[in-house]
Design a protein around this ligand. Sequence first.
Ligand SMILES: [Zn+2]
Length: 477
Amino acid sequence: MSRAHMLSRFLASDPAWNGRFFTGVLTTGVYCLPSCRARKPRAENIRFFPSCDAARSAGLRPCLKCHPDDFARGADPVLESIEALVAEVRADPGRFRDAGSVVRRSGFGTTRCFELFRQHYHATPADLLLRAKVDAATRLLVGCDSPLADVALSAGFESLSVFHEHFRSHNGMTPTAYRGLRSEVAFAVDLPTGYPLPHLLRTLGRDPQSVTERLAGAFYETAAKLDGVPALMRIHFARGRAEVSLGGAAAAGPSQRIAAHRLVAGLLGLDQDAAAFARLARRLGVARLVSGRAGLRLSRTPGVWDGLLWSIIGQQINFSFACLLKRRLVENTGTPLPGGLFSLPAPAAVARLEPSDLRPWQYSRQKAEYLVGAARLVAEGKLDLAALPSMSATRAERTLLAVRGLGPWSVNYLMMRSLGFADCVPIGDTGVTSGLQALFRLEERPDSDATRRLMSVFSPHRSLATAHLWQINRPPP
Ligand SMILES: [Zn+2]
């Protein structure tokens, strides 16, 4: 890492470089994290250190604003207290009447608490509480036979009608229909009003030669792992709904249908606030960003492992070559299903490969090492993919950045597409930079600092902004 590079990261307060180096300021005698928000010193007074120890040996003391020693130790008391509070909210949302009671329980002032929720969960306390209530209700509906009114009350909804409204918008079906997943073989998920289905279909059909999914008109088939069981999922988009059925009936029990519903809700992006983003775009005077697709959502990957594989395979190469590499991996190591599709290889299957095994499939040496290395971390239990979706965004980002082969682009891509965080920017993404160039009529493509600056106006909806920027230079489907 060159001095110029470290200097530019420090001046940009880039959190992606925290822990990789520390900055010291000779005039003030203080050392900091690259992300420190304190006033930036003059460049000639800045020195760089590989560790806190090195900075201390040079006679410097830790900054009281960014707490570099806490970061180096892995301790972050403020983050930990917010994470503990969120765990409490999710475990028993019925105990919290409203966002105000979450704020009071946090011990922080209202403004600070909102800031912390936005920074660490990309959500307001109210949104996070509502999501927790809806999730608690889904668990109760299939886990017990209590009447709906009791379910609504235990989950923390003040009335049955409020419960119905939120349950439907998050899950695309009524609470009664959701309970029916225990016994009905097929089910349907309602698309939100104004849902731009052609955009979703274009995304689903983007690799016509894919061996994991297939789109024909309004029929979509995909090989999925449902509660650990490889299954074939069929979706027919018709009458404003996604009608879902599962192949391999023997394998498809209630828990597979519940997993399939979750997968479809994620595929449709039902939990994303498309309307709020469209309002923001109009308020910012860039209505053209959402024009013709105001209801666009970011389609969630079927699982975190899918996203991880794709983010490593897809980095630094063009889309069709990435599709080819994925096909070769899946055909050689995935599980064949009836009908010709394959389900993705499990992490253990990829972990068993040697990087050299991937070379004949046209993987670069580095990509092969990254892929096998990441699969081994998962297979050996050192990277817990199942734990990531409930982590704070901050912790998920730190966890993923520690994986060799994942940089700021892939980490943000994963956080956005596999973990569902609302305020991410895959820095360095060519679709984002060329989208920003078109939207703001810039002379040239923005570099990573300019991208950060331009994207900041879309906070806390930067993931949806990214989804729209990916579309802006493409003809409507
Ligand atoms: Zn500092």
